[in-house]
Write a protein that binds this ligand. Structure first.
Ligand code: ADP
Ligand code: MG
Length: 255
């Protein structure tokens, strides 16, 4: 058993919000280093699926596991501790902190379990601090964020803020990264930067669930795709097959 070969398993997940069934028996499996596209009309349950996997909402029924660990209804920080990191549809950066500080927060997430040892051992904490700064600077280069390093996030263009959010999530060194519409509101050029970044993530063996509406953007990135419609999985398979699937065309791709 290798901790680097964890599989995400979602089994028969139902999520109700009062009388509304937002997810209806959703099941999926995702192996290591795979990019799964998650598409469907607005309100079809995409964000809800990411929210139950990351522990933001409890499931109504069903089971979610990652590797050997069952993570169903675990608190969000415990799920993050298992290696599942997510971004939000609206970026959750700290606006009145600089880009560098926000990225350091992401890096700290990786070391959260090490806080006690930091307090007990100043030397190792200084080393960790240095290591964190190195990683943060590497990430800023990779994401073309270096020029904004000392700027407050709230003063930056929206596309840059989204990039900060994704960079922060990667710095937590996830094994599975959940990206909820990371390309929303990005320019063509920014979308290309984001594509490069997602390919880099994949090359590191990290699995990704990617929610997005831009078909062209998705097609160049995803290995597999799931289509949701009113909380139901209407398609699961490769991207080519999706584009010719009658049910998908009617629910989502068609006019
Ligand atoms: P998508 O991300 O595909 O646009 P969502 O997962 O956000 O869709 O929403 C799926 C359905 O669940 C929608 O009908 C939405 O109104 C509902 N929903 C999502 N979150 C909540 C919530 N916290 N409380 C009540 N209803 C919700
Ligand atoms: Mg959504």
């Amino acid at each position: 058993y290798s901790p680097h070969h964890k599989k995400l398993k979602v089994e028969g997940v139902i999520k109700d919000f009062g009388g509304l069934r937002a997810l209806q028996h959703v099941s999926l499996e995702l192996g290591q280093g795979t990019i799964l596209g998650l598409v469907g009309p607005n309100g079809s349950g995409k964000s809800t699926l990411v929210n139950v996997i990351s522990g933001v909402y409890p499931v109504t029924e069903g089971k979610i596991s990652f590797g050997k660990a069952e993570i169903t209804n675990m608190p969000t920080h415990a799920i993050a501790g298992q290696g599942i990191i997510r971004t939000f549809q609206d970026p959750h950066n700290v606006g009145n902190m600089t880009v560098k500080e926000n990225l350091l927060l992401g890096r700290h997430q990786k070391y959260r379990s090490g806080i006690v040892s930091c307090v007990l051992n100043l030397k190792s904490s200084l080393l960790e601090e240095q290591e964190m700064l190195v990683k943060v600077h590497e990430m800023m280069e990779l994401c073309s964020l270096a020029q904004y390093s000392e700027e407050l996030v709230e003063n930056l263009p929206y596309g840059v803020q989204r990039m900060v959010e994704v960079a922060r999530a990667i710095l937590a060194e996830p094994e599975l990264l959940l990206l909820d519409e990371p390309a929303a509101g990005l320019s063509e050029h920014e979308m290309q930067e984001l594509s490069k970044l997602i390919r880099y993530i994949k090359s590191r063996g990290i699995s990704v669930i990617l929610i997005d509406h831009h078909m062209e953007f998705l097609m160049g990135l995803i290995d597999e795709v799931i289509v949701l419609d009113s909380g139901k999985m209407i398609y699961s398979g490769d991207a080519q097959g999706m584009q010719t699937n009658q049910q998908v065309i009617e629910a989502y791709l068609g006019v």
